[in-house]
Design a protein around this ligand. Structure first.
Ligand code: ADP
Length: 266
């Protein structure tokens, strides 16, 4: 059902973000615990009962912290991206079919795929999940119904605004596939558009929005060496465009990206 879908989507987002935070937090705890161990055996502490107490209390607290982050990591199953060849047109069509079955009848769904749309290189599950996140936002922006249209086309060079968002200063050597999701909804005021990618930023009622959707999508796109742009006009609608690197045949020969090693950051 739609609710189950939304719930799964929310858990996925929360999982990704908590995974990231828990991972970093765990590293910090390791440093704290290491230092406490040194302190415990330090002559200044060994001869001082009060200092011993303080160090022991800090060590207990950080052990509890480590148990907690362990649970969070297990919940999030912090995912390693496994990029592979994705047939974008097929993915958009099956996503559209699923949404037609699931969403309110007043929401129409269209797919407009360029005949020459090439495959892209991304983790298929994560890409689908990103598109779903964006589509649910589109639906949320159209309480009275409207049109969600997916499109995809080859894209040789990124728009200037998207270029500034890439990890490196040098322009990318590869071309992209541009995947756009448009809606005929409320649109975003500039103040919302500026903050839309921030984790926990939401304009939705508590329980309806977590503010993790677009931040998760943003993280995925960056890890995939792509870019993302939002175009929005108040009262007219919003278009979110993902620029995902095009799949190159020679990558299959083992350039590393195809080895399944993943793109998990350190
Ligand atoms: P959430 O959907 O949980 O609020 P997101 O990070 O996905 O979190 O979105 C953040 C905010 O961006 C939303 O609360 C909404 O205000 C705005 N937004 C996202 N997509 C759209 C859209 N298609 N149309 C209008 N506003 C949007």
């Amino acid at each position: 059902s739609e609710e189950a879908l939304q719930h799964a989507q929310r858990l996925e987002s929360v999982g990704q973000l908590t995974g990231g935070i828990a991972h970093d937090f765990n590293n910090l705890l390791t440093i704290i615990q290491g230092n406490l161990q040194v302190l415990e055996e330090h002559p200044a502490v060994e001869g001082d009962a009060y200092a011993q107490q303080l160090v022991a209390a800090a060590a207990r607290a950080s052990r509890r912290g480590a148990e907690l982050t362990g649970k969070l990591l297990a919940f999030s199953r912090r995912q390693v991206l496994r990029p592979s060849r994705v047939d974008v047109v097929t993915m958009l069509q099956s996503l559209a079919d699923m949404l037609r079955r699931t969403l309110d009848q007043r929401v129409r769904i269209e797919v407009d795929a360029a005949p020459d749309c090439p495959p892209c290189l991304a983790d298929p599950g994560q890409l689908e999940s990103a598109l779903l996140n964006i589509a649910i936002n589109a639906r949320d922006a159209m309480p009275e119904g409207g049109l969600i249209s997916f499109s995809c086309r080859p894209c040789e060079t990124l728009p200037a605004a998207a270029l500034s968002d890439l990890d490196t200063d040098a322009p990318p050597m590869h071309a992209f596939v541009a995947i756009a999701i448009s809606d005929t909804g409320t649109g975003m005021p500039d103040a919302v558009k500026e903050r839309a990618f921030e984790p926990f930023f939401t304009t939705k009622e508590p329980g309806r929005g977590t503010g993790l959707g677009l931040s998760t999508v943003y993280g995925f796109v960056k890890q995939s060496h792509g870019a993302i742009l939002i175009d929005s006009a108040l009262g007219a609608g919003t278009t979110v465009t993902l620029y995902i690197p095009r799949y190159q045949e020679r990558q299959a020969a083992g350039s590393g990206d195809e080895s399944g090693a993943g793109l998990l950051p350190p």
